[in-house]
Design a protein around this ligand. Structure first.
Ligand SMILES: [Zn+2]
Length: 139
């Protein structure tokens, strides 16, 4: 689940204002801790965590200029929907939610840290690997 919050953090930190920002490193730290808090709580007790996306948005919206807040909210909601879907799937299939990450390795040979695409074992960057698997089975 930690990887989930990293993916969301990366996504949302790319949307932080770059020019004229006061202490951008502080904004990034606040954003990271808010993402981690939310995802950790989601992993612990998602059935009793009402509207996690709205909660996270409330925590981080002040870091963004008004004209991008709607896009930020939309991004958060999509991450949360994915996270919830995976949690439900993992819990149903394995009785735990420990395997929520891409099955591929990065160029340095380490496990990819990104969150898989819904319905796939791979993240968007590694999704082509799934097509290769499918193709070799068909041949
Ligand atoms: Zn990947």
């Amino acid at each position: 689940m930690y990887r989930f919050s990293r993916a969301m953090y990366r996504d949302l930190s790319a949307m932080l204002p770059r020019s004229g920002a006061v202490r951008p490193e502080l904004a990034e730290r606040l954003l990271l801790s808010a993402c981690e808090r939310t995802v950790e709580r989601l992993a612990r007790d998602h059935r009793r965590f009402a509207r996690p996306g709205a909660r996270l948005f409330r925590d981080v919206r002040s870091l963004y200029p008004v004209h991008v807040q709607l896009a930020v909210y939309d991004r958060i909601e999509r991450h949360m929907a994915d996270a919830l879907e995976y949690l439900d799937q993992e819990i149903a299939e394995r009785g735990s939610a420990d395997l929520l990450r891409c099955q591929a390795s990065n160029r340095k040979g380490k496990a990819c840290q990104r969150v898989p695409v819904t319905g796939s074992k791979f993240c968007p960057s590694h999704r082509h690997l799934e097509r290769v698997e499918t193709a070799s089975f068909a041949a």
